[in-house]
Each structure stands twice: as C-alpha cells, then as structure tokens.
Write a protein that binds this ligand. Sequence first.
Ligand code: MOS
Length: 734
Amino acid sequence: MSPTPEPHVVGRRTPRIDGEDKLTGRADYTVDHRLEGMLHGYPVPASIAHGTLESLTLDAARAMPGVVDILHHGHFPDLHRSPNSMRQGDAVSEVRLPFEDDRIHYHGQYIALVVAETLEQARAAAFRVEARYHREAGVVTGLATGDDEGEAVRHYTRGEPELAFGLAPVILDRTYTMAPESHVPLEPHATLAEWREPDRRLVVHESTQGVFYQRNALARIFDLPIERVEVISHYIGSGFGNKLFMWPHAVATAAAARLLGRPVRTVLPRQLDMMTTGHRPASRQRIRLGAERDGSLVSIQHDSLTATSMVDRYIDACGGATPSAYACDSVAVHQRLQRVHHGTPCPMRAPGEASGLFALESAIDELAVALDMDPLALRLKNYADQDPRSGLPWSSKHLDRCLEGAAERFGWATRDPGIGAMRDGDEIIGQGMAAATWFAGRQPCAARVTLRADGSVLAACGTQDIGTGTYTIVAQTVAELTGVPMARIEVRLGDTELPAGPLSGGSMTTASTLPAVAAATRDALAALKAEATRAGGDFAGLDPASLAVEAGALVADGRRADFAEILARLGRSDVTGEGSAAPGDERREYSFRSFGAHFVEVRWDPGISRLRVARVVSHIDIGRAINPVAARNQVEGAIVMGLGMALLEGLVHDPRDARLVNANLADYRIPVHADVPEIDVELLDYPDYRFNEFGARGVGEIGLTGVAPAIANAVYHATGRRLRDLPITVEKLL
Ligand code: MOS
C-alpha cells in the first residue's frame, strides 16, 4: 500500500471534535436519551447462584405507585435464541434468553423486569418482588487447582517443549493466579427500545461497542428482517469489552416495549451492571521455562485455566501472545476452561493477553533473577526478529527501541538490582519492567462522504466511537484528503442505518475505518471532478484527471474553484462518494503486532505498610498515531487500568454460595487520581504501511499489557516478595 503524503492533519495533535458536545451535555448518551411516553425498566436479580425459582409473589410490587407491568418467566413472549455466530454477525454475550425457564445459574440472573412510569417507581417496586427458591447444593466458585481440571479447549505446540525443559540447565516452574475483574464503564449498560409505528420497526438506543451485531441478534431473536431493526449508539460512556455483544437486559427491554406499546428504557444500576454484564474471568496459569545458562530460552510452556459460566462458553485466551513473544524453538500453550456459578465472563481490554503477560513477564523476571541477569538484557537476548509462531517477518517491530528508549528515559542503568537496596528516607524503592504486546487486526468497513454546497462535508460510518476519539480521526482523514478545515467536517457514527462498520473492539477501529473513509472521500472527489468538467461546470471540457484538490477547492490551469462554488454553479446541493475497505492478503507475507515496554517504580514504606506506584515510563510502538493526543490518552488510561489490575481490583465471590459480595464501587476498588503517578508515554513513530495507507495499527489495548507484571516485578525488587496472585493488596505484603 502506498503511503499518503506527508502528514498535515493525520498525525497531528487534534482536539476532539465532540469535546464540546460532551462538556455541554449535548452528547446523547443512551442513559440520557428520553422519548415521549417512555417507561422505565428495572431488573430484579436472583439472590441465589444455583437452583430453581419456585415462585414469585408480585402483588405487593404491582400495587406500588406507577407500576405498569412486571415481566417474568410466566409472563414473557416466546422468542428465538440468537445463533450467536461471529461470522453471521449476530454474536451475543449471553445466549440464554431472559426468563427462559425457572433455572438459576448465577447470582444476579434476572428473574423479573419491573416496568413503571418513573425510574424511582420501578426501582421501589423491584425491591417488593418476592421470590422463593429451591437452592441446590454443589455450587462451584473459584478455580480448581489441579493441572488437568476443566475442559481442554486450545492447544499450540512447536518443537519439543517437554523434552527441552527436561534437558535445560536452568528451569523455572511457577503458577500465577488472578482474580476476576470488572469493567466498570462510567456509563452503565442501558437500552432504550421503541417499536415505531406505522410498521412497528424496532429502534433501539444502546450503549454498545457493536450496533450491527446487536441489530442482527435482535432481528433473529424477534424474528424480524434486519431492515426493521435499527440500533443507535452515538455516544458511549466507555466500553472495555463488556459492551461488544448484547446482554439479556436489552432483550427484556425490547420485549417489554412491544408488549406495552410504549418506549421502555432500562439503565442498569451499578450493582446489576457488575453482576450481569461480564467480567474478565479468573485465571490460573502455570509457566514453565527452560533456559541455557547464558539466558537463551529453550522451552516455554504456558498452561492456563480460565473460568466461564454454566450457561456460556467464553474462552479468555491467556496464551495468545506467548507463541510470538520470544525466539524459542520449543513452545507449548494449553488452555482449559472451567464452569463456575458466576455470570458469563467476556472480553475485557486486551482479553487473555493482559492476563497471559502477567504470568509470562513475571516468569521472565523470575528467570532473570535465577540467572543473575538483568531482565532487560534477558529480553533482548531472546528477541524475536521474526514471528516465531508463523515464521513470517514482522511488518514493523521496534520493541528493541521501546525497551532501550524507555530504559534510558527511566534511568534503568542506575538501578541497583539488590533486593531493597534502593531507599529514599522511610521508603524502599522497587524498579521493575516488562514488555507489552497486542495483535494488530482489521475488519471490513464501509463509509459515505458527502461534499455539500455550503462548503461543509459529511462523513458517515456505522461504527461507534466508544470514547476513544473515532469521530475526530474520521474528520482528520477527510480533512487530510480534501483540505477542508476540521470545523467544516461533520461526522456521523453509531447507527445501523449508516454504511456498515466494525465492532469497536480489538483495537481495530482505526485501521478498519480510516481506509474506508479515505476511499469514500476519494470517490466523492472523483464525483465532484466529473461534475465540474461537465458542460456548464467550472472546468467544463477538461480531463477530470487533470484537476488537483487543494484546500477545499479544485485547481487546474492556474484557476481554482471551491467545492461550494462548483456545486452552486451546477445547482447541485451535494455530491456523495461511497467507499469500503477490507483486510487484504497482507497476512500471508507478514505478521502484524504492536509492541511496547513499561518501566515502573514503586515505593514501599514498611513502617506504615504503604505501597504505591511512583512513576511509569512507557514506550509504545503502534505504527503511526493518527491523533497523538488521543492515542497517548488511550495508553495512559490503559496504564491506570493496569495499576488497578496489579494492586486493587478483584471481584470476590463467597466460596460458600457463589454470591458476588463486592458488586459496588465502595468494595470493588479501582484507582483514583491519588493512586495515579506521573505517567510518561512515548509513542514511537514508525508508520506500518504494510498494514494500511495510514500506517496505523491501533492503540486501545496494548497499553494495558505488561503493566501488572512490571509492577509485580518492581514489588519483588523492593520487598523480596514474589507475589503471584493479583491483586497485590497490602495484606499480602504483611
Ligand atoms: Mo475490547 S476487550 O475488544 O473492547
């Protein structure tokens, strides 16, 4: 793919074009959206984790003010399960329909939906619903400890990992565990469903990362042609993977709206959001490393066990990055799955690999200690110059620059490797590092660009902006190719009526969307040139190919005419271009990944048992950053999330009955500003033109990978305590 010309708007630090809408409250988040005559839904959760719902007593709830109806197993329409196919684009997070039967599989599973005139009325009535259960024994919570527990689901091998491990002069065999984590998006999950007359079209506003998947799934479930379903998600108060695919609250809300003939909005309260819309599952990972005395890795074995629910089969692929991480001839990755009585887990930012790198990059640090080697030197010693998984060259890899650049900026050379050897007053300083990596992918995407007679441009694509800055980079792309100022470019996203765009997931949005927007822009410019060279046009009789585009105008023969003038002369209100883009065959020749390095300093004050992260230096190689200010913001946010993963976050299920005990933001701790240190992020600038014409690989997830092990490694350096169970809460250091 040939590169676009020197960056002017693309690649420039650009304020968000939606910033003002967000600050002024004009941005229409689903939780804020209102419709005339709208009712409010409030789900009622099961209070047990395993058993049968024997009866519901609804008289008291029905008698509460404002209550319109209560939906439940005995009062719910017959619907169809979605086939839940990624390929057919109708994937859902939980396959089971709401109120499908009287079985209870996890604490929080919906047993009813109260619908009332106001949110407060619906909530008050929900607490008056009385349920009787038959509890069943044998509740499963927490991961088993045996190596052969669970169902084997994935397997990768190259070379002779067992044999090489047996013969290696230096070996390491360690097990790492991680608590489940909650996504806690700022905007909870929410659905506003309306069956619009005259043809009873289902129009749904949803805080979702994938409007098309939800549209297709709703069409299957309600047995409608897809043309009669529209899903809208203009603004999303973040989505870290638990808004990729639909959850049951949306189905229940759409069913209630149809039954009652009025729009219904359900906004999940924080507790239900944490109980019923997924989490990063618990994992238990065993890493075995074999090395020569000089540090050369001869064997890597990565066995992981992750949890899923009784009703769905979500695989969190912890070993995803391992085969590509280091130059090593013998590698095995096994993945097993165990069913527990929890809600269904789902992808959470850098799913699988963030957990996997906690284990792998902790183990590499442990190996460095065993070899009495610098952990940075050990990583460079085993540097993979090509992808050892595929044998293909990397499209663009500058992990060495990340490791060396961040080390220099951090001052790694002055680190004293002795345990507890670095002090500052009462505090012991610990310094640790780890590598980061995330795959680079693309999805098919279509877009439409309209040049308008008032000189403005409209760009439209169905994909979503989940808070990451998609609106802005789409406008930058149009500005780059047309020379129209950013202020005159309008962007519409997040609606299934627009040209089909991808999920906002997997850090794929930039690389998927921008080439489609560029194609549509070029198509619109070609249409304008054709018009301008027609009889009566500004450039009548000229060859359209002789026209150049310059700052919102067409130029030829020393003459220029603005897009607006050209359209006005022809009496046209606009011209429109369509474009699409899809992955090509680039993966046959190259491997595509992003890379990075995190260096972390922790401070441990043993006198008052205080552990804090004092500074982070991260160098990240993502190809070209389209908007460096937003891209850096993604990495900074991911590092904060990594700090939470390392030190604070963990869902706790009561081992006696599998009830989730900390589904609230008082007991489930996430980093606050006071926990967040100086974060110094450098984005390397090596555009990856083998991936797309803009050289961008995407940036949403990479920043999280490697943060937790870098912190755990720093804690070891400070304290001599190797903590292999996340989160590393202070109690574990006492
Ligand atoms: Mo991401 S876990 O693909 O939203």
